[in-house]
Write a protein that binds this ligand. Structure first.
Ligand code: AKG
Length: 305
């Protein structure tokens, strides 16, 4: 029997509550003051433009690399794109680096969500301990602005419900089954201060999700430390990674440490947490990295002489 291709769903405007089995959309769940505290937090950290792939072979740097569509920052456990994200059941080890804790405002909102998470999956007792902060906006500089306000179709591979906060301009969240059609089976304009919860076989396993556009507007203003980039929406997606699989820097394999070391060095410029992580490098490797750094700066001194 062939399944009928779904017709493209008209987007929900995001002003009203949506409850389906495995999906909740909760408009204005985040209080106005909580939203201000989140915006202040987003403006204080320095997100990274990560590459999807990296080459450890220094003779062919970045050969297969592609930048993510948006700058990101992880809390709890950093899942670097180049290490592959955590996904049950096969992609678990050697990919989650211990990151900074959630700020208090996030924990307060998550505490209020607990009964809703329970109603999604009463067997799942773990609380979210890793979150991805996505900055959507456009690059502004000398040329015409390039809009990066989108996120490719994907599924999140961590076990249990996923929670997503939306701050800023409405983003169009679409759910699709690529085996059936490219048409969205459900589309919602996720508005400022709203929360979505996804769980179960339909919304976590069968359907993929993506952000296809973000509206323009001035309020609320979202400042960021990303150079040459105007942010108009930030989302935070919370997940749970088994605690035993969150590694300190020195517990990652040598290969993984080599792939992410320069990101961790960038993060360490602003973060005592990541400075402490770097200090955990095996002593020889740390000395080697310092030597490479010295050699590189000597080379650039010569070039600039
Ligand atoms: O921006 C959003 O609302 C979706 C975020 C998301 O799908 C993710 O971080 O995995």
């Amino acid at each position: 029997m062939t399944r009928q291709s779904p017709t493209r769903a008209l987007p929900e405007d995001g002003r009203s509550l949506i409850e389906r089995s495995g999906f909740s959309y909760l408009p204005r769940f985040i209080g106005a003051e909580e939203a201000d505290a989140l915006i202040a937090y987003f403006g204080g950290i320095r997100p990274l433009w990560e590459q999807r792939h990296r080459d450890v072979d220094h003779d062919r740097p970045g050969e297969h690399s592609r930048r993510l569509t948006r700058p990101v920052y992880w809390l709890g456990a950093w899942q670097f794109a180049c290490l592959g994200y955590y996904a049950e059941p096969d992609h678990r080890e050697d990919r989650c680096l211990r990151a900074e804790p959630f700020p208090r405002v996030m924990n307060t909102i998550l505490d209020r969500l607990r009964p809703i998470l329970q109603s999604h999956d009463e067997t799942f007792e773990d609380v979210p301990n890793s979150c991805l902060i996505n900055y959507y906006g456009r690059e502004v500089g000398d040329g015409p602005p390039r809009d990066y306000a989108r996120l490719r179709m994907h599924r999140d591979g961590e076990p249990g419900p996923v929670v997503m906060f939306s701050i800023g301009q409405p983003g169009l969240l679409e759910f699709v089954d690529p085996d059936e059609s490219d048409a969205a089976e459900l589309a919602v304009w996720t508005r400022h201060r709203s929360v979505c919860v996804l769980s179960g076989p339909e919304f976590k396993d069968r359907l993929y999700h993506r952000i296809t556009q973000v509206r323009f507007g001035d309020e609320p203003a979202i400042a960021s430390r990303i150079e040459g980039f105007d942010v108009r929406r930030v989302s935070v997606s919370f997940r749970h990674v088994p605690e035993a699989l969150i590694s300190e820097f020195d517990e990652l394999s040598t290969q993984s440490r080599a792939l992410v070391r320069d990101y961790v060095e960038d993060l360490a410029e602003d973060s005592t947490h990541f400075r402490a992580q770097l200090e955990r490098s095996p002593v020889l490797e740390h000395k080697e990295a310092l030597l490479i750094g010295k050699r590189a700066s000597r080379a650039s001194d010569l070039e600039n002489a």
